[in-house]
Design a protein around this ligand. Structure first.
Ligand SMILES: C[S@@+](CC[C@H](N)C(=O)[O-])C[C@H]1O[C@@H](n2cnc3c(N)ncnc32)[C@H](O)[C@@H]1O
Length: 172
């Protein structure tokens, strides 16, 4: 995609899904205000129990190094992989990706800092998390500033959380 086309796309899209995967958390999977990004695409058929599952981002990009200007988005949704050390051929990895034990902190710290950079003043970053491998307490040590609001809710006895952070001043 050329630079001009990219600029037009972003002006019309104030909402970023930074790792959209199969867009399962979206009620509207093609919301006109949203730009859907993932580090990969994947065709239908990779997930036998959900034959329609596929990954088709508007743009391939890495949330640790995004091709966007500072303060570009008003709202960012971030649902990164949350399970450590899955095998590349496992269904869970194919659906949701994985983090590595030896690098998850630096990946998520870099991701948070990059999303903070592209989040507008008074914009909001919403993160979804599941404590299958890493507790919310451990996770939050990676982020500064910390979220000011969160929801913890048990799903299949594993807490699932959403954290909300708001960028308050141009320098914060
Ligand atoms: C938990 S899944 C997202 C599920 C999605 N929110 C949904 O509703 O279906 C995590 C996604 O993050 C993507 N991902 C992993 N590392 C990434 C990175 N560095 N940059 C962008 N996307 C990444 C994976 O490819 C995977 O699709």
């Amino acid at each position: 995609m050329g630079v001009a086309a990219l600029k037009d796309l972003i002006v019309e899209k104030p909402v970023l899904d930074a790792c959209c995967g199969g867009r399962m958390m979206w009620f509207d999977k093609h919301h006109p205000l949203a730009l859907y990004v993932d580090i990969r695409s994947a065709p239908k058929g990779i997930c036998p129990e959900r034959p329609e599952f596929h990954v088709a981002p508007d743009m391939i990009a890495d949330f640790t190094d995004l091709p966007f200007a500072d303060r570009q988005f008003k709202l960012i949704a971030w649902d990164p992989p949350h399970i450590l050390d899955l095998g590349a051929n496992s269904i869970m990895c194919k659906k949701f990706g994985t983090l590595q034990s030896d690098s998850w902190r630096s990946v998520l710290r870099k991701g948070f800092n990059e999303l903070w950079r592209v989040l507008d003043v008074n914009g909001t970053l919403v993160m979804k998390w599941n404590e299958e491998s890493i507790s919310v307490g451990e996770l939050l040590k990676c982020f500064s500033p910390p979220p000011y609001l969160g929801i913890l809710q048990a799903v299949n006895q594993k807490p699932i959380g959403s954290a909300f952070s708001n960028r308050r001043s141009p320098n914060a």
